[in-house]
Design a protein around this ligand. Structure first.
Ligand SMILES: CCCCCCC[C@H](O)CC(=O)SCCNC(=O)CCNC(=O)[C@H](O)C(C)(C)COP(=O)([O-])OP(=O)([O-])OC[C@H]1O[C@@H](n2cnc3c(N)ncnc32)[C@H](O)[C@@H]1OP(=O)([O-])[O-]
Length: 257
């Protein structure tokens, strides 16, 4: 399938989506997001894919929603057309998905990265929610997800001033899991994704679901949810295989069952 704004590849069990609008620093418009959604639907349906990496260029992961596309939008267009609601499909993708972020991840770009399961950052990454400088506020989860990642004080400062965070500050604040040299970023993200894809897919999916539940519920409810999934795993063939392989001192052969 050929796309105009993204590149889509399969690297073994890993799906790789590269945002590719270099002339606009990968600004997110409705066509690009439609393509990302289509590629994700393909990877979700593909039994051979166990995880996905979403990346951009070395200069920009994405510099936000396309300001030129948005600038003349009216309230009625936005409300009736439910503007950007279908843009956060990434947050509903059920397989593990890693954001590999180099360069700018601003506005919707930062929000898109935060919809992934975790973020690996290049040393030159810059994260920010500069919407305030355009006379709006974040609209795809920035005020909510950033606050959960970095806490109220930093999130409030970033959303109210538009200040950018560099990769080191983002790692210190818990926004990204690791910082890597830019030229190693995508290869390392693919290696991490491959490691995940080698585990049992239903088990990585349930693990992701359970970690995400921590953001949506109380501790007691979250622990109960985790316990139900943990019990359910004993109905899987992969649990039997994983534990038998440990006892027999051999590598497990997971069959996603
Ligand atoms: C997943 C769901 C996402 C939904 C998100 C919706 C809600 C969201 O919260 C709202 C936003 O994101 S609001 C957005 C929040 N984001 C912002 O406010 C960031 C806006 N961008 C900037 O501030 C600067 O471009 C940078 C500082 C990133 C780089 O500066 P530099 O290195 O001097 O580079 P340069 O020369 O400036 O740019 C090169 C070319 O790219 C073009 N282009 C770039 N970004 C664009 C955009 N978003 N749009 C369109 N075009 C954009 C730029 O016009 C130029 O094209 P030209 O044809 O040659 O003129």
């Amino acid at each position: 399938m050929a796309y105009d704004n993204i590149l889509v590849e399969k690297r073994g069990k890993v799906g790789l989506i590269t945002l590719n609008r270099p002339n606009a620093l990968n600004a997110l418009n409705s066509v690009l997001i439609g393509e990302v959604n289509e590629a994700l639907a393909g990877f979700e349906a593909d039994d051979k894919i166990g995880s996905v990496v979403l990346t951009g260029s070395e200069k920009a992961f994405a510099a936000g929603a396309d300001i030129k596309e948005m600038s003349s939008l009216t309230y009625m267009d936005a409300y009736k057309g439910d503007f950007i609601t279908s843009w956060d499909n990434v947050s509903r993708f059920r397989k593990p998905i890693i954001a590999a972020v180099a360069g700018y991840a601003l506005g919707g770009g930062c929000e898109l990265a935060m919809m992934c399961d975790f973020i690996l950052a290049g040393e030159n990454a810059r994260f920010g929610q500069p919407e305030i400088t355009l006379g709006v506020m974040p609209g795809a989860g920035g005020t909510q997800r950033l606050t959960r990642f970095v806490g109220k004080s930093k999130a409030m400062e970033m959303c109210l001033t538009g200040r950018m965070m560099d990769a080191q500050e983002a790692e210190r604040s818990g926004l990204v899991s690791r910082v890597l040299p830019v030229d190693e970023l995508v290869d390392e993200a693919l290696k991490v994704a491959e490691k995940i894809a080698d585990f049992s897919l239903p088990i990585t999916m349930m693990t992701k679901e359970s970690v995400n539940r921590a953001y949506e519920t109380t501790l007691a409810e979250g622990v109960r949810f985790e316990r139900r999934l943990f019990h359910a795993m004993f109905a899987s063939e992969d649990q039997k295989e994983g534990m038998a392989a440990f006892v027999e001192k051999r590598a497990p052969q997971f069959r996603n069952k």
